[in-house]
Design a protein around this ligand. Structure first.
Ligand SMILES: [Zn+2]
Length: 180
């Protein structure tokens, strides 16, 4: 599906109105009847991701719907895809971002690595080291259809982080649990 250029109205809303929260409520799977909402809200997230965020992380690599929706969070997240090196800065463009819908981990490697992780729900927190599986196989949907793909290292880590958000688990809780 082609992504049309956003209207000015949507743009204004994204600049002014996207509030990233700490997600607590478990999300529910996306159904066919939710797709218009998924399209609208993922567009809002994409537009926000193209702009600098307040806090110590100016660029968001991915944002999950439960991070912007309190009452009826859905299982999808947006991820930046192509990287545009602009000096040292990463920049996403609208059409290069993907909406990942109902992702499920169907296989994970036994080996894990402690990765440094940050989260846009904690924009002023220093990165935390979190244990993640090195390789995962994920079943998910995009607006183009179903996918099953293997992800390695940082991508695998990112999927695990976002899937945690669907269950009200943040990196902060994982980190605290690990320390005890
Ligand atoms: Zn997060």
């Amino acid at each position: 599906m082609n992504i049309k250029h956003p209207t000015e109205g949507v743009l204004a809303e994204a600049h002014a109105g996207l509030r990233v929260i700490i997600p607590k409520k478990p999300s529910r799977p996306v159904r066919l009847t939710d797709l218009a909402r998924v399209w609208k809200d993922s567009s809002r997230i994409k537009l926000a991701m193209m702009n600098p965020f307040p806090g110590r992380y100016p660029v968001a690599f991915s944002i999950a719907h439960p991070q912007i929706e309190e009452s009826d969070p859905l299982r999808f997240f947006v991820v930046g895809n192509a990287r545009f090196a602009d000096g040292k800065k990463l920049k996403w463009y609208f059409g290069g971002m993907r909406t990942i819908i109902n992702p499920q981990i169907i296989w994970k490697s036994e080996t894990t690595t402690r990765y440094k992780e940050a989260c846009m729900s904690f924009p002023f927190e220093a990165p935390k080291k979190i244990n993640r599986h090195n390789v995962v196989v994920i079943k998910y949907w995009t607006f183009l259809g179903p996918r099953t793909k293997k992800f390695y290292e940082e991508r695998a880590q990112m999927f695990q982080h976002e899937i945690d958000h669907f269950h009200g688990v943040t990196l902060y809780e994982r980190w605290k649990k690990k320390k005890r």
